[in-house]
Design a protein around this ligand. Structure first.
Ligand code: XIL
Length: 392
């Protein structure tokens, strides 16, 4: 049974009122587009479509009505259906989620998510086929016995993984983060894992992941995804990513685009001044990436407000202005067509577990607050999209 975006929206907004603490707020927001004054009735994606762009978000799996950023939470689903033209599973495609052992796959949750997205006619990106750091591989992998011919065994383990995922979802997934965060930000070198030691080198491992993905999903955009960002302290990380991308080109490895995660960190109350200060060096990086022929995807946008005072209005304004300045720069690159948020509402953002504020106040990293009310950040995203040069 296919549901249209609008039918789904109405059905889910109705359901939402009954389900959750935040749900009535979500329903109220949905019922009253005019109150936010930020976008036409169809939401961010309707606006993005007029520019040849897509806006999306991560989403999760949960049991029905759990208070999670899940498709099965009607209040969260309503936000996805309102604003998104593209989704990405937050955790459910990672090895830790789908590889209970070297010989088994558990794809039930991922299947349910992709089925739901298909019914809502929302395309899904794949995240990811290899998060190449020991701490993000399943525990069994780091102690796995690769046997008498380790490079063959490691090759088969990785290719089977990529093949199984890509072939299961076929043309339903048209873009993959094939490799995630392989560069160590401390020195720009590539991480090692038990897999890469067995295979011979990290470089051989990453190359193989992309070759296997191209073979198994020839229709898909293949992305290297990382968090080298524009704030001070990231120069070594950016240089390492550039070297990796140069190497891919030189060796003919099939990589189509750089995924720029975009976990931004505000630098101060005057966000416009921060944007001005950061823009030059950031553009030099993006220019170097695009000059090599790579496309760009904003894959995981959210904003940490650690450096800002407690006052919510001040924080929200600075976050919105920082987001606007950042997106204006990103959207000036014609190859950028997809902007994905790492969550629609502060309520479920992963950020809360990560580098807390000194005053311990909850962060406000997403376009909707914890009660599902649109924030200035949502208006900033809409404004950046409205101002973007149209894509063909
Ligand atoms: C994060 C998820 O949001 C968390 O729920 C999980 O505990 C850890 O991973 N870069 C990425 C994402 O590529 O996969 C990460 O997602 C956030 C940073």
């Amino acid at each position: 049974m296919a549901i249209t975006r609008r039918e789904g929206l109405h059905a889910l907004a109705g359901l939402a009122t009954a389900a959750l603490p935040g749900a009535s707020a979500a329903a109220a927001t949905l019922a009253d587009d005019a109150s936010t004054g930020t976008a036409p009735a169809g939401g961010l994606q309707a606006l993005a479509a007029t520019r040849g762009l897509r806006v999306g978000s991560c989403f999760a799996w949960s049991r029905p009505d759990a208070d999670r950023g899940s498709f099965a939470n009607p209040a969260y689903a309503a936000l996805l259906l309102r604003d998104c033209g593209l989704l990405v599973p937050e955790n459910e495609m990672k090895w830790q989620a789908i590889r209970p052992s070297a010989t088994r796959f558990d794809l039930a949750r991922l299947d349910a998510m992709i089925d739901w997205a298909d019914e809502a006619r929302l395309p899904v990106r794949g995240h990811n086929l290899l998060w190449h750091q020991p701490k993000w591989m399943p525990a069994w992998e780091e102690t796995h016995d690769f046997g008498a011919n380790p490079s063959r065994a490691a090759h088969d383990l990785l290719v089977t993984h990529v093949d199984t995922v890509c072939k299961r979802y076929g043309a339903r997934i048209r873009s993959y983060d094939v490799v995630n965060e392989a560069v160590n930000p401390a020195d720009g070198t590539l991480y090692d894992t038990a897999l890469s030691r067995a295979l011979g080198s990290p470089q051989a491992t990453l190359d193989l992941a992309f070759h296997a993905a191209r073979a198994a999903a020839p229709h898909a955009q293949l992305v290297y995804n990382d968090y080298m960002s524009w704030e001070p302290g990231n120069a070594t990380h950016r240089a390492g990513v550039l070297r990796l991308l140069e190497g891919f080109k030189a060796r003919g490895v099939p990589v189509d685009a750089l995924g720029v995660q975009s976990h931004l960190v505000t630098q101060g109350v005057d966000a416009r001044a921060s944007v001005q200060a950061l823009e030059g060096e950031w553009r030099r990086f993006l220019d170097a990436v695009t000059a090599m022929g790579y496309g760009l995807v904003v894959t995981e946008l959210d904003v940490r407000d650690n450096a800002l005072p407690a006052d919510i209005a001040v924080r929200d304004r600075a976050v919105a202005e920082f987001t606007r300045g950042y997106l204006d720069i990103m959207l000036s690159y014609p190859s950028l067509r997809d902007v994905l948020l790492w969550g629609m509402t502060d309520r479920y953002s992963w950020i809360e577990g990560f580098e807390p504020r000194k005053d311990k106040l909850p962060r406000r990293p997403c376009p909707y607050d914890a009660a599902f009310r649109a924030k200035p950040m949502r208006a900033a995203i809409a404004a950046a999209i409205a101002a973007a040069p149209p894509r063909a």
